[in-house]
Design a protein around this ligand. Structure first.
Ligand SMILES: [Zn+2]
Length: 156
């Protein structure tokens, strides 16, 4: 099963467009099911701005329900295989913040790959898949959207 098939990418791009200018986050299960997560980063920021300096515009934190579902999946026959989030207007790179979130004591916290979606002015331009190579998270796949796909509308 190609988890990053056209249909799944469209679902993820739509999600990313709908949360723009904030980051979206979610995951793809091993069977290909896309789960749209809830980014509570702005909520955390408003509650404790000194601790949570980032807002949803430049950070993501999964809701408690999402985190529970993901952790539960790792003990099931259908584990989360890909965690995705979007980068509004900054490009699809694996940031320092992304790496620290993905690591626990220098090792990958979860047995997953990471998809970062490049959103520009509300349109999905590209996506990059990053995987742990034993030393760092390296880009292993780059997906460019075609003109038609990139015009996924912002849904209000
Ligand atoms: Zn990021």
């Amino acid at each position: 099963m190609d988890m990053l098939n056209h249909e799944n990418l469209q679902r993820i791009y739509h999600h990313a467009c709908s949360t723009y200018p904030e980051e979206c986050c979610g995951f793809i299960f091993a069977d290909g099911t896309v789960h749209h997560g809830i980014n509570i980063q702005s909520e955390l920021h408003h509650r404790q701005p000194d601790i949570h300096t980032r807002t949803g515009a430049n950070g993501y934190t999964f809701s408690v329900a999402d985190t529970l579902a993901m952790n539960r999946s790792f003990r099931s026959s259908n584990p989360v295989a890909v965690i995705y989030h979007s980068h509004p207007d900054v490009g699809a790179y694996f940031s320092h913040e992304d790496a620290s979130k993905a690591l626990f004591m220098g090792e990958p916290a979860y047995p997953v790959a990471y998809l970062v979606v490049d959103i520009r002015k509300g349109h999905a331009k590209a996506a990059k898949l990053f995987q742990w190579n034993g030393r760092c998270f390296a880009c292993v796949q780059e997906i460019h959207t075609n003109e038609k796909d990139s015009t996924a509308q912002i849904r209000n």
